[in-house]
Ligand binder design. Sequence first.
Ligand code: EPU
Length: 428
Amino acid sequence: MAEEKFIVDGLAGAQKLSGTIRISGSKNAGLPVIAASLMCAGPVHYSNVPAIEDMSRMFELLSDLGVSVTQANGEATIDATTLATNVLTREVSERFRASIILTGPLLARCGEVQFPHPGGCVIGNRPIDIFLNGFEALGATVTEVDGMYTVSAQQLVGCDYFMPISSVTATESLVLAALGADGITRIHNASFEPEVVALCEFVIQYGAHIEGVGTPELIIHGHDGLLQSETMECVITPDRLEAGSYLILGALAGSEVTVTNCRPDHLGALLELFRQIGITTEVGESSVTVFGYTQKPQQSYVIKTHEFPGFPTDLQAPAGVLMTQVPGETLIFETIFEGRLHYLHDLERMGARVDHWDSHRATVHGGTPLKGRTLKSPDIRAGLAFIIAAIIADGTSEIHNVYLIDRGYERVEEKLANIGVAISRVSA
Ligand code: EPU
């Protein structure tokens, strides 16, 4: 694929953007519900499917497994009745971490799954021990040769599994594996992010019995056979991270920016930060409008990332850009991933003032204008944060590694141009 970059003309702090951005289906909610098609006896029709690179990788991976995938214009039909293999190829799996969600349903459906250590964004260590220990708790055996894992079980058996760290994709994978187990599985300290809830609600709609949805204590009743119904449908939940990213942009560089087709109830932590900073919002049933930010006296703030409903790690970098403009000091405490503060060094090159304490903590001194620079997107979310920084900066910026942004944000330049951003995509 040809390398591309974004060229962004900054607004030098002017709050000029206005208009509406329609939020797409969520990457992190869509990937697990699509993986759940492997637990279904017939075709599943999905809508609100985002046109993003990670979704394309998931479709490629399913096709490699022999699953029938037809998709266009935000709709997809996945039929796993033609599933032909339980081996996830290295080539695609190593390109995105979410491939690992497929391990649970493949193990449940086939009794065995083979997969490599997954790749994905370099935002920290990202081990897979919680998946492997969870599968072992369900009675599976795990072996590893040359970086390929084989997990197998004649019959998975319900268990009590205490998750040492709540992991979103491990919860999703284990829920799907536990559906194929004999008896009841209790996952303690499970993730209950909206994406986990969306997955549980989808499988429950087609016959799964799961208690405790939306809480850290999930009770999954083993399901006899595959999920089935005459027609199976799933509308992918709106992306709270896309919505949050564009609201942050609106707060910084907008006079009035509205995101529609979103779930305001998924945005509580960000709306609370806006309230503290003095940013006015208008919250509708499925929309949020943000009005431009007005300077307030210096204050101290803390952004501490946390599992849902706390401040999402995936909005930490866009929020970091926001806090470079807010007078006062903000302690950013990234508790989930140890590699997610590197973007601050690039913001410093643009003029931000930051004290770095350790790999999890930094203090941003706000109220500093930014200057356009050449930047390289390190991961999906920091990439989007760089676009926001470039928009508020004085001068022109180039943002390289656009592929990483395309992994999670649909038609980003088109959506931004619609609210007045001068952004173009060109060959790098
Ligand atoms: N962890 C382990 N062992 C494991 C699994 C996780 O120690 O086996 C640790 C991680 O290193 C991390 C913590 O557990 O410190 C939580 O990570 P989690 O497993 O919840 O992350 P994930 O499931 O790999 C999902 C999202 C990420 C998001 C995190 C946290 C998907 C596909 N990805 O990742 O999204 O940052 O949860 O909310 O759902 C993104 O969209 O840009 C993105 C990175």
